[in-house]
Design a protein around this ligand. Sequence first.
Ligand code: DX5
Ligand code: ZN
Length: 211
Amino acid sequence: MLVAPSILSADFGKLESEIKAICEAGCDFIHIDVMDGHFVPNLTLGPVVVHSVAKAASKPLDIHLMVQNNSFFVELFAPFKPEFLSFHIEEEKHANRLAQKIREYGIKPAIVLNPHTNLDSIEYLLEFVDMVLLMSVNPGFGGQKFIPNVLDKIKNLKDKIELRNPNCLIEVDGGVCDRNIESLKKAGADIVVAGSYIFGGDYKERIESLR
Ligand code: DX5
Ligand code: ZN
């Protein structure tokens, strides 16, 4: 299992040392939650802070956009060359075009679905993205409770992926911890995002417990 700690739960008063510590603890990616106060009722990081994160990080970035006007934010964050740049299907009328635009920057495009969003909405997008991120909480805040019906959704997505793009990865974000990791593995998740769980204890131990 690949592990992407969400820095939303880090101590922003000592961001540089937090990023270095989480990379040394052996994470695979640094998950960055960009919220605009419109698509979700919270406001987080802009390019000034992401610049500092990118400078301190020795692991690839995984940027999760929770915004309106995706195209503008793609242009803003593409210069940081994240491994993945993901946007929500609920907020994008031209998902195929945007995925292509992200790829033209040399970045892997990923599509995100809210907990209630049906898989049918991305069926014909699967061959154009490198990852699908399934939300297991309603986006906007760290520390929320895991919504278990995502397990069923992972299994259904796995079938669609087999058919349309076997290389596409499945990432799960929200409420992930040691109590649900086994079922996530069994269902077929490839990458898990965890914020409050990893930053709420010994980073190395907690990352290991999710492997
Ligand atoms: C929620 C964010 C998540 C969140 C995860 O909107 O996308 O990445 O920070 O935090 P935990 O693991 O605490 O649910
Ligand atoms: Zn996220």
